[in-house]
Design a protein around this ligand. Structure first.
Ligand SMILES: NC(=O)c1ccc[n+]([C@@H]2O[C@H](COP(=O)([O-])OP(=O)(O)OC[C@H]3O[C@@H](n4cnc5c(N)ncnc54)[C@H](O)[C@@H]3O)[C@@H](O)[C@H]2O)c1
Ligand SMILES: [Zn+2]
Length: 337
């Protein structure tokens, strides 16, 4: 088992990687578990003794309405500040549970047991808890560290293959921006990673979390440093919407687009771009853009202005933020379509 601690402005968070969900120690008078149908079906038997609330599935339920139904249940259960809310699930469960817990009675204790790769390395880490509003992603939210995050990698075994690949896109992102050794490890252990071998996953989850926590600790409430975590994400939403593909797939293509810009600007070597492409392809992620996303980028330009701040790689494991003209972004995208 490995452990880490985030000492943020909004609280301390204990992170345990490789601990079993059964070993979790609850220090609260009342425990409420928030989860979803899939997670309960596969792992409900392993949950601690608690009141269980199931929320729906998918991005569409990550709303204030869902949060409101949780508040009602919290009221019925007479939850108070001596209680603990535990989100057991993917990024959606963690976001909804974290937001509801940090706003109910101006904040009750909460912790996460993330059950997807994406949630273990990304969504449960960093203290951001948000929901969507009027179709805008993560428009309403709070920043508050959970008390704990327990990453039991055995929970990942039931993930559909697509979710494994989606989560690994974020792992590659994290390695690419901040850890060349992890990137090499992934290259050398792709098969074992795709099989979710426990020892391999513990290392990957741990090292990815270290990258994110270092960035978050430097810059807890966002801005410059935290922007590095957006590598591959500048046009990912445009790709997701236009091409109708998953977030992880869009991030994979986004990382290639952004790296082409790095190569064109003499920051990253072409051979390193090929390494990135090679790793993503071995994982089974797309690296070419089939849909024309120029329209979506142009619409984005109206919203964001003519210059975007974008994370780029100096090389594998080293990133920085640059100002990029939207025209230059469009040129690379057009070239790829
Ligand atoms: N707060 C943050 O800092 C942050 C960071 C990154 C992403 N996010 C958010 O995370 C969300 C995406 O998270 P996600 O990819 O985990 O999606 P998700 O929560 O929808 O989970 C994906 C699917 O896998 C299922 N599932 C979860 N665990 C499982 C398991 N162990 N076995 C089988 N099936 C399982 C879920 O029921 C769901 O159908 C987005 O809403 C995104 O905005 C938040
Ligand atoms: Zn992402």
């Amino acid at each position: 088992m490995k452990s880490l601690k985030i000492a943020g402005k909004t609280g301390e968070c204990e992170i345990a990687i490789g601990q079993s969900i059964e070993d979790i120690k609850i220090n609260a008078e009342k425990l409420v578990v928030i989860t979803d149908r899939n997670v309960k079906k596969f792992h409900g038997e392993r949950f601690p003794e608690a009141e269980i609330i199931e929320i729906g599935l998918g991005e569409r339920i990550k709303t204030l309405d869902t949060v409101s139904t949780l508040y009602e249940k919290f009221l019925d259960m007479e939850l108070d500040r001596s209680s603990l809310v535990m989100g057991i699930g993917g990024g959606i469960v963690c976001d909804v549970a974290g937001f509801a817990a940090t706003t109910y009675m101006r904040g009750v204790n909460f912790g996460f047991v993330p059950t997807t790769i994406l949630a273990q390395v990304d969504a449960s880490i960093g203290g951001k808890n948000g929901v969507n509003f009027k179709g805008y992603k993560n428009m309403v939210g709070t920043v508050q560290q959970p008390r704990f995050v327990l990453c039991d990698v055995a929970l990942l075994k039931t993930l559909p293959e697509k979710e494994v690949r989606n989560g690994l896109a974020e792992v590659v992102k994290q390695a690419a921006i901040g850890d060349a050794a992890l990137f090499s490890f992934l290259e050398e252990n792709v098969e074992q990673t795709l099989l979710l071998e426990a020892e391999i996953m513990e290392k990957i989850v741990h090292d990815s979390i270290v990258i994110k926590t270092k960035i978050v600790e430097k810059d807890e409430t966002e801005r410059h440093e935290r922007m590095k975590l957006n590598f591959g994400h500048t046009i990912a939403h445009a790709i997701e919407k236009t091409a109708g593909i998953s977030h992880g797939e869009a991030v994979s293509i986004g990382m290639i687009v952004e790296s082409k810009i790095s190569v064109a600007n003499g920051m990253m070597k072409k051979a390193e771009l090929e390494r990135l492409k090679g790793l993503l392809e071995k994982i089974g992620l797309p690296t070419t853009l089939k849909a024309n996303i120029s329209d979506a980028i142009r619409k984005d330009k109206k919203r964001r202005g003519n210059v975007v701040k974008m994370p780029v790689l100096n090389g594998i494991g080293d990133s920085k933020i640059i100002d990029l003209r939207v025209e230059d972004l469009e040129a690379v995208v057009n070239d790829m379509c």
